[in-house]
Design a protein around this ligand. Sequence first.
Ligand code: FES
Length: 223
Amino acid sequence: MASEPVGLAQDLTEQRVMRAQVGDQDLAIWRSESSKLQAWSNRCPHRGMRLSHGFVRGESLACAYHGWHYNCEAACHYIPAHPELTPPETIKVQTFGVLEKHGVLWVNVEDTPKPTPLPDNCFPLRSITIHVALNTAIETSQSAPLSLGADSSFKLSDENADASILTLTDDTNHRQVLMLFQQSGDVTVTCHILMDGDFTTDELIKVSRWSESVRRLAESSTS
Ligand code: FES
């Protein structure tokens, strides 16, 4: 399985937890106070509560149900109901490979994550969630024209071999908009939008609004 872009780094600041889905694997992605990034099975070993409902406490993730604390090695090290107890080493959460590159969080649930190569200086704009099948989200995006003015229209480039990435290129101004699609549910797709080149604030807002229009178009095509 390829590495999946599950979110943007800017949306997971220190001491926050988010939920993600890669294939059948439900995940809790979290970042410790010192910025260590973790991707875990979204299931507490105690009674199965989703760890994405938990709270980051320094370098630990605390389950929201009975408060068991798990450290950055995914081992339980504190049980509030038995504070004097040293938990057995066998109480551990299943972990997966995760890393951050180009402002994107990449997870591979089978292997070490290897992010898809992207332009060196690209930077993240935003993510949008679209409630359609992956092919509908991609096809709608392919057919939605993006223009930022008379001198700036973007054309679909086919240089990217990865079918889940669309690259829109403005040749006149040497800049690109990249769309990274991730199937995050049966009929839910998350699209991460990255920019490469110089854009004004107004242009970034226009691209953001354009992505919203893509979402509406895709969702209305299936309703
Ligand atoms: S279910 Fe997580 S601490 Fe009980």
